[in-house]
Design a protein around this ligand. Structure first.
Ligand code: ACO
Length: 316
């Protein structure tokens, strides 16, 4: 019987420090307003990592919470895949730091770099490994501290991002109705110059309007691709869990799928854009508050630097 990768638990971790738009502008002396940020992006506040917080510490805590929700222990994890653009070190990978933090003495871990689409890429790799039998369980984590790679004098970018982590724990289950149905990945290196990090330490540079135009068309296409691959109509989707970059892009995707706003998970107002952490963070919020339930059809999508973009369709 065929194996399916089934999400057993979700977890999230946000830094303790929260800054609203006014506090952020005051702290960095930015020529901006709460109204501009809210109207253009939907963001009202974001969490910011403090001195003791890192991609490893946030990701490890999100992973612990995902395991706790699944009723599993670190001994049961075969593989850790971390999506991050802000690792603690170039190497070792954040995944092996998290492996140590969880007290794991077996299995393997590695990082994936696909900017804001990183979690979708990591989930797709985990799904392939679980279905091929290379691993029986996996932690997939998105964790970011973008506050460390932003240009705090560039009001066009620094107001849009936040720090945080989200994680899911998956197991390979035989003959399950639940689980990942398919993932669809894309990149286009010709667009590398519209959203990138200078060198390895930053700062981040973005041509926001250009990215916006690509986002709406590419996300719409990949969502159609995911539905068509499974012979499903858009009316079958129970929940859209989109990358949380901008409320206007999220609303456009909801309209495209004919989903009422209450079926679209939105956290960008509270967390801003947490890049590879944004999809698992939003998923964790909607599972935690009881909106997303077992058996629901869930569509994940994201776009980010590369450009990279992708979607995953799953039965939760
Ligand atoms: N406060 C006040 N004014 C500002 C600010 C600010 N924080 N930032 C820019 N402005 C000004 C600009 O200088 C410009 O002024 P001008 O007209 O006098 O030149 C004006 O506001 C309009 O600027 P635009 O950049 O054209 O504004 P736009 O409506 O496009 O909104 C935004 C900008 C929010 C960045 C939007 O383009 C966007 O969300 N883009 C997509 C970002 C995205 O999806 N990223 C996803 C991936 S992120 C990743 O992978 C890391």
């Amino acid at each position: 019987m065929a194996l399916r990768s089934v999400i057993q638990g979700c977890g999230a971790c946000l830094p303790a420090q929260v800054l609203d738009n006014v506090e952020l502008a005051e702290r960095h002396g930015l020529d901006t307003t709460d109204t501009w940020i809210r109207e253009r992006s939907g963001i009202t506040r974001r969490h910011m990592a403090g001195p003791g917080e890192s991609a490893t510490s946030l990701g490890a805590e999100a992973a612990r919470r995902a395991l706790a929700q699944a009723g599993a222990t670190a001994d049961e994890v075969d593989c850790i895949i971390v999506a991050t653009a802000t690792p603690d070190n170039a190497f070792p990978a954040t995944a092996v730091h998290i492996q140590r933090e969880l007290g794991m003495t077996r299995g393997f871990g590695f990082d994936v770099s696909a900017a804001c689409t990183g979690f979708i890429f990591a989930l797709s790799i985990a799904d392939s490994m679980l279905r091929s039998g290379q691993a029986r369980s996996a932690l997939v984590i998105g964790t970011e501290v973008y506050s460390r790679i932003l240009d705090w004098t560039d009001r066009g970018t620094c107001v849009l991002f936040g720090d945080g982590a989200g994680a899911v724990f998956l197991r390979a289950v035989e003959g399950s109705e639940r689980g990942i149905l398919s993932s669809h990945l894309h990149s286009d290196g010709r667009q590398a110059g519209i959203l990138y990090v200078e060198g390895t330490d930053g700062p981040l540079r973005m041509a926001g309007r250009e990215v916006f135009k690509h986002a709406v068309t590419k996300l719409a296409a990949v969502v159609d691709e995911a539905l068509a691959a499974n012979g499903l109509d858009r009316s079958a989707v129970d929940w859209l869990v989109p990358h949380q970059a901008n409320i206007r892009i999220i609303e456009a995707m909801g309209r495209k799928l004919d989903l009422p706003p209450e079926r679209v998970v939105v956290t960008v107002d509270q967390h801003a854009n947490t890049s590879a952490a944004s999809v698992p963070l939003a998923l964790s919020v909607a599972v935690g508050d009881g909106r997303i339930r077992q058996g629901d059809l869930v569509l994940l999508e994201a776009i980010g630097g590369g450009l990279t973009w992708g979607a995953t369709l799953l039965r939760f």
